[in-house]
Design a protein around this ligand. Structure first.
Ligand SMILES: [Fe+2]
Ligand SMILES: [Fe+2]
Length: 471
């Protein structure tokens, strides 16, 4: 049987340079999260060049194509996608950032952010993107908001269900109306009955890769019902984006049917992943490559640019906290964070930040074990890395959130064990709190999740770089 190879990208968040990429307000915006906005065009050009020259048979894009639905961003991004589409079929879904669901579209002039960037609305998007994949379209469902979910014929024996989950779930959340879900189930069953394998992509999460504490707000409504219905219909693989966190997660329905979610990271943020899915005889092999660099304004940047940009989100906040009260206020403000009684609290924040920038693992470990009555980390582990500065390890752990714990492969075992111990040290302490049983149980539910997140980060259950799924 012929081999088919599909490439997947997610959360490109292309940002038109016409909207301004310099000045204090832009720097604060750009520094507040992992996406590289000014460089997004250069990153897309590099990724599309690699894909055009690759042996991939098609390119699938899992939503958040633009930064925030700006007209300039859509128009320029569609032109780039059209050029790629000349060489390989492109299949795309849009998502909430493509019609500015948060009403936060800005342009940057001088040092100011001006909140009037023109955007396309939700009603415009189907017309703008419909031509991608149109000739391979086998079926379509238009939901109550006018968004289109479509089935594409990738090959004689492989179909892609590309669903738009914006606002269609209970209470206007991401997800599916009963009719929408029934249509998906029917499409899966039809594909199977006609002898084709089927894969799917949606934007929001079907399963909580790092646990509900972190991913709960990023998931579709009634996710377990949907996951069970899709798995029982015969779907084995769902690609999602949105969290910008790579992670592979499995779910088994009450009827015993398994579905795997591959959460792709953002192309324009660390670690800038491109996923290739090779399907042969009903076996899908996923392999991830990270973009190794790009050319921007006459200069070559390496993969470390993405990494440093993400690390700087933490570092800039800590440095501002340790040295400059107004800088920190502005940086937090750019993220929409306002700390009550900030002026009174700042001296304490500065002290903690200064310590965080310089403290070594040995001193931090002793402090932790004092505070947790010896329930913190193993003394031998702390001793082995006591002279390491703590901050680089915290940054590595932060990067693991985005790269699917790729970095964890190279971290020292002692550091990994300490990280897990820090996450897991909270639950045993809850019992000592002077609170009622009900309150303790509710706090323990949260602390248990923190422990599970730390363990998943250091010892991931799925291999995001290479995985095999039986379709
Ligand atoms: Fe996104
Ligand atoms: Fe998103």
């Amino acid at each position: 049987m012929a081999v088919f190879k599909a490439a997947f990208l997610a959360d490109i968040h292309y940002f038109s340079p016409k909207l301004g990429t310099t000045g204090r307000a832009y720097e604060l915006r750009s520094g507040s999260d992992q996406k590289c906005l000014a460089e997004s065009g250069a990153v897309v050009d590099e990724a599309f060049r690699i894909l055009a020259e690759s042996d991939a048979d098609c390119v699938c894009i899992a939503g958040d194509v633009t930064n925030n639905g700006e007209r300039f961003s859509h128009d320029e991004m569609i032109a780039k996608m059209d050029a790629l589409n000349e060489k390989k079929p492109v299949y795309a879904i849009t998502s909430t950032h493509d019609w500015c669901s948060d009403g936060r579209s800005r342009r940057y002039v001088g040092n100011e952010a001006i909140w009037d960037a023109e955007t396309y609305g939700e009603a415009d998007l189907p017309d703008l993107y419909r031509h991608f994949g149109e000739k391979d379209e086998l079926a379509k469902f238009v939901n109550a908001h006018g968004f289109e979910s479509r089935v594409f014929r990738l090959s004689d024996t492989l179909r892609l269900i590309a669903v738009n989950d914006d606002c269609d779930g209970e209470g206007g959340r991401s997800g599916y109306s009963p009719e929408h879900l029934a249509w998906m189930v029917e499409q899966i069953k039809t594909a199977k009955a006609e002898g084709a394998y089927v894969i799917a992509m949606e934007h929001h999460l079907l399963l909580p890769g790092l646990g509900r504490l972190i991913n709960g707000g990023q998931m579709i409504a009634d996710s377990e019902t949907v996951a069970a219905a899709l798995a029982d219909a015969g779907l084995r693989l769902m690609f999602v984006g949105h969290s910008h966190m790579m992670r592979n997660t499995e779910y088994v329905s009450p009827n015993g049917n398994k579905i795997t979610q591959i959460n792709l990271g953002s192309l324009t943020g660390y670690p800038a992943p491109i996923l290739y899915l090779t399907v042969e005889d009903g076996v899908a092999r996923a392999h991830v490559e990270f973009l190794q660099g790009f050319d921007y304004e006459g200069k070559r940047y390496g993969a470390d640019f993405f990494r440093d940009h993400t690390a700087d989100v933490l570092l800039h906040l800590l440095n501002a906290a340790a040295t400059d009260k107004e800088d920190l206020r502005e940086r937090l403000g750019a993220d929409g964070i306002r700390i009550p009684k900030y002026d009174t609290l700042y001296p304490v924040i500065r002290k903690v930040a200064k310590k965080a920038l310089t403290i070594k693992v040995g001193a931090a470990g002793r402090l932790l074990n004092t505070l947790t009555l010896g329930k913190g980390a193993d003394k031998k582990d702390i001793k082995a890395v006591k002279d390491d500065k703590l901050l680089p390890h915290i940054i590595d752990d932060f990067l693991n959130v985005f790269d699917g714990s790729y970095l964890a492969r190279t971290q020292k075992e002692e550091v990994k064990r300490i990280t897990v111990s820090v996450g897991e040290c909270l639950s045993p302490l809850v019992g000592r709190l002077p609170l009622g049983k009900g309150k303790k149980e509710s706090i323990k539910k949260t602390t248990d999740q923190i422990g599970a997140i730390a363990r998943e980060l250091m010892y991931p259950t799925g291999d995001v770089m290479d995985s095999v799924i039986d379709l």
